[in-house]
Design a protein. Structure first.
Length: 296
């Protein structure tokens, strides 16, 4: 593995892998192999109330059964709180993070008062109530920490979806870095860990594309390098919604790992592969459609 490519698969241990998560795992593994790179596994377990005991180890067993084994020791986010705190302290020192005392009800009330009530099924855009120049906490106890989002449209290019953009200030607002319950927010943890592990390429499901502009803003604020992104097609359930643990996706049936991988490969537009599992993985690596034009 002579290239400078470093990719990763980062599941949350809220249950076993399902068909949709295997697509993301296979895609990230194939992309790394197609570039002669390294593939890492990171367990994203910062949201401890949602984590299922033993699910992390079971996920690793599922991946191994499919021939997908991390090239380096597996890491757990739950062991890295000190690094997230250091990143937050840096943002605070630079005036880029501030404490927020708003509850969800406070945010909804502020949006309604300003005539900006959120659309159904969309997250509320934080109106900046606790920004220091707007009075800060105004006597309220701090509940969370937020990133001060600068104005302007964030642009990036996805290797599959092409040019993308989002006005983070108006479409998301100042987003949470540390939650009111003291847990670290996904956006901060993933940015810090990608940089610490030297991740150069992120391959993940298309449902996470909306997170990318926030993560780029954090990378800029922390002066960290930005990986290249590739967001893969989603696997949909019978109801037309994204297959996920939240909507009852069933755990992978790995009585025949090759059959499960064939289905994942089909979702990625790859041809059916003949032979055993190693032969199939090698065949899909050669057929990988998003191979980089130049070797790193």
């Amino acid at each position: 593995m002579a290239s400078g490519y470093r990719g990763r698969f980062a599941p949350s241990p809220t249950g076993p892998l399902h068909a949709g998560s295997l697509v993301a795992a296979l895609a990230s593994w194939l992309d790394a192999r197609a570039q002669d790179g390294r593939w890492l596994v990171r367990i994203e377990d910062v949201d401890t109330p949602r984590c299922v005991p033993g699910a992390d180890r079971f996920i690793l067993q599922q991946l191994a059964a499919c021939g997908l084994v991390s090239d380096e020791p597996v890491s757990w986010q739950s062991t890295r709180s000190d690094f997230y705190q250091a990143a937050l302290d840096r943002l605070i020192a630079c005036g880029l993070a501030y404490p927020c005392g708003c509850s969800r009800k406070d945010i909804e009330a502020a949006l309604q008062a300003s005539g900006l009530a959120r659309e159904r099924h969309h997250a509320a855009v934080y109106p900046g109530t606790c920004r220091p120049e707007r009075g800060g906490l105004a006597g309220r106890a701090p509940r969370a920490w937020r990133l001060r989002v600068a104005p302007g449209v964030q642009q990036w290019t996805d290797r599959r979806l092409g040019p993308q953009q989002q006005n983070v200030e108006t479409e998301v607002g100042d987003f949470v870095l540390r939650r009111a319950d003291g847990l670290w927010a996904y956006q901060l943890a993933v940015v810090v860990d990608d940089a610490a592990q030297g991740i150069t390429h992120v391959v993940r499901g298309e449902d996470l594309a909306d997170n990318t502009p926030r993560q780029i803003r954090l990378q800029l604020a922390l002066e960290l390098p930005a990986p290249l992104y590739l967001h893969t097609p989603l696997v949909l359930g019978d109801n037309g919604e994204k297959l996920s643990k939240q909507n009852g996706a069933q755990a992978l049936d790995l009585s025949d790992p090759l059959a499960a991988l064939q289905a994942a490969a089909q979702a990625l537009g790859l041809p059916k592969a003949a032979g055993n599992l190693p032969d199939a993985l090698a065949s899909w690596t050669r057929a990988w459609p998003w191979r980089l034009a130049e070797r790193l």
